[in-house]
Design a protein around this ligand. Structure first.
Ligand code: AKG
Ligand code: FE2
Length: 524
């Protein structure tokens, strides 16, 4: 009957008008959404193409590497949110998911690991936060772009989740100053302030935490959690005041409390650990110095093995330390040999699990091959040749040596100070091998490293800088079989580039006539 009355027909026009407006509005919103998606993809593609042009040098930069992980976690999660809104987007997502065994997606843990690696680099190499945020490392422009306030916030948030309030403060402060000058805001100021206030409180500065929270509340008066925190901080401050009045304690503590700081708690880190840590980091930065009485004796010489073993010609040897004797042999691996070794190792790549000797926790930052994939000499002519070469150079018996082990260090990859030999309390470590302890280490450098990545000996003040094709050699044991504690060493985090090494651990058994044992520790 609607067709009969003219008035009813005109109502239909109204309906149609509303419908058109609604759909047009929908189109507009969809267009906006798609345009934003398109802008993001264009930007991602630009970066992606640049990375593809030379992946190694691009990813060798720690900021670029971190941002890639962030794009595939945080940014991708945002994009997924947009996509799940309609069925076409959902279909596309499930297509991607079905390729799960072809594609590797980083997870929250990877992101947190990448952030932690960046923090480790920052600490070890004394990198300034705002320089780093601008893409500079050691005064050189390194990253493809600067970090946004949002990127800095994310780094701060990751540090916060790792319980690291010191770095949270550094990066939230950086986020704050970047936010101020940003025309397209990448993060809310209130979010930055909330994290900054709380980590400031955790670092002991209650007064400043309260000040920051008040600032937050000016921005967002309805922020419930911030309001709760404000009351909490005020009470904490009140308690400190009361405590101060009723206390005759030492003046340093009182001074700290007056300034609104709580007294830092004992972190349980031993003094000797800290001392080694400081020495290690200094050496990583190349600020170490070996004793002059050692330095003046160091020489470069050619060791001629040809007469003895008829296998190789003279090798350029560089004495790096005396007592313990540490030698660098130059050009002992050719580029093609290195390529073969890397290739043999690559398909069997594993996530690193290196034990932190202090906390007993497993570190995941460096990447090395699993034990089962050690390179066996019977499988490859190159590996066989490498073994003979080590034998010629060291004069040691390779029959009881372990198979060559390959390691590759990525973003911030490192190896904490350790001994290569098994200590007396862990003397069963190599028991199953039946070949005794690790008498010596032959360490090949299979890449140059653009920055960082030194092998350092904290108790000697010695840093060895990786040089492709060179190898370091030292005895881990004294002639009487005792471990030489001065050989304690570490691999510094890779700052820029990647680092490839391979290790040959030589064992005691079979060396009786090559390196006779001796009861006198100083026989060699
Ligand atoms: O990578 C390095 O520089 C040293 C590695 C090391 O010490 C080891 O693997 O035992
Ligand atoms: Fe080692």
């Amino acid at each position: 009957e609607v067709y009969t009355a003219m008035t009813d027909m005109s109502r239909l026009l109204t309906t149609e008008g509303e419908m058109i407006r609604a759909v047009e509005n929908y189109i507009l919103l969809q267009e906006e959404k798609l345009q934003k998606l398109k802008r993001d993809m264009t930007e991602m593609e630009r970066i992606h193409d640049e990375a593809q042009r030379s992946p190694d040098s691009f990813l060798g930069n720690p900021i670029n590497a971190y941002l890639l992980v962030k794009r595939l976690t945080v940014d991708w999660a945002d994009i997924q949110n947009v996509l799940t809104a309609d069925s076409m987007g959902r279909a596309m997502l499930s297509n991607l998911t079905s390729m799960a065994d072809l594609l590797r997606w980083p997870d929250e843990e990877d992101l947190s690991g990448a952030a932690a690696a960046l923090m480790r680099l920052q600490d070890t190499y004394n990198l300034d936060t705002s320089q780093l945020a601008r893409g500079y490392i050691n005064g050189k422009k390194q990253a493809y772009r600067e970090l946004t306030a949002g990127d800095c916030f994310e780094l701060g948030r990751q540090s916060y989740n790792n319980g690291d309030h010191y770095h949270t403060m550094l990066w939230m402060n950086e986020a704050l100053s970047r936010h101020e000058v940003e025309s397209n805001k990448t993060i809310d100021r209130a979010d930055i302030l909330e994290y900054l206030a709380f980590s400031t409180y955790m670092q002991g500065n209650v007064r400043q935490a309260l000040k920051l929270t008040n600032e937050l509340l000016l921005d967002r008066p309805d922020h419930q959690r911030a309001y709760g925190n404000k009351i909490y901080y005020e009470e904490a401050l009140q308690n400190q005041m009361v405590q101060r009045r009723g206390e005759e304690g030492d003046s340093a503590d009182n001074d700290a409390i007056q300034k609104g700081y709580t007294v830092a708690e004992d972190t349980g880190v031993t003094e000797s650990w800290q001392k080694e840590r400081r020495a290690y980091e200094k050496l990583c930065r190349g600020e170490g110095k070996i004793p002059t009485k050692v330095a003046y004796k160091l020489v470069c010489f050619y060791q001629n093995f040809a007469s003895k073993f008829l296998l190789i010609g003279p090798v350029r040897a560089e004495l790096m330390y005396i007592n313990p004797t540490i030698t660098i042999y130059h050009d002992v691996l050719s580029d093609p040999e290195i390529a073969v070794i890397k290739d043999l190792a690559t398909p069997r790549f594993r996530r690193a699990t290196v034990q932190n000797y202090k906390t007993g926790e497993l570190e995941t930052a460096s990447y090395r091959i699993s034990k089962s994939a050690w390179l066996r000499s019977e499988d490859s002519h190159t590996i066989h040749q490498v073994n003979s070469r080590i034998e010629s150079i060291t004069g040691l018996n390779m029959e009881t040596a372990e198979e060559l082990q390959v390691a590759n260090y990525g973003l911030g990859g490192h190896y904490e100070p350790h001994f290569d030999f098994a200590r007396r309390e862990e003397k069963d470590a190599f028991k199953s091998l039946g070949t005794g302890n690790r008498i010596a280490t032959f360490l090949f450098y299979m890449s140059d490293v653009e920055a960082g990545g030194a092998t350092v000996f904290p108790h000697l003040g010695l840093s060895l800088w990786p040089k492709k094709g060179a190898a370091a050699f030292w005895y881990n044991l004294h002639p009487n079989g005792e471990g030489d504690t001065l050989t304690r060493h570490a691999a510094c985090p890779v700052l820029v580039g990647t680092k490839w090494v391979s290790n040959k651990w030589i064992h005691e058994r079979g060396q009786e006539f090559r390196r006779p044992c001796d009861v006198d520790i100083n026989a060699y």
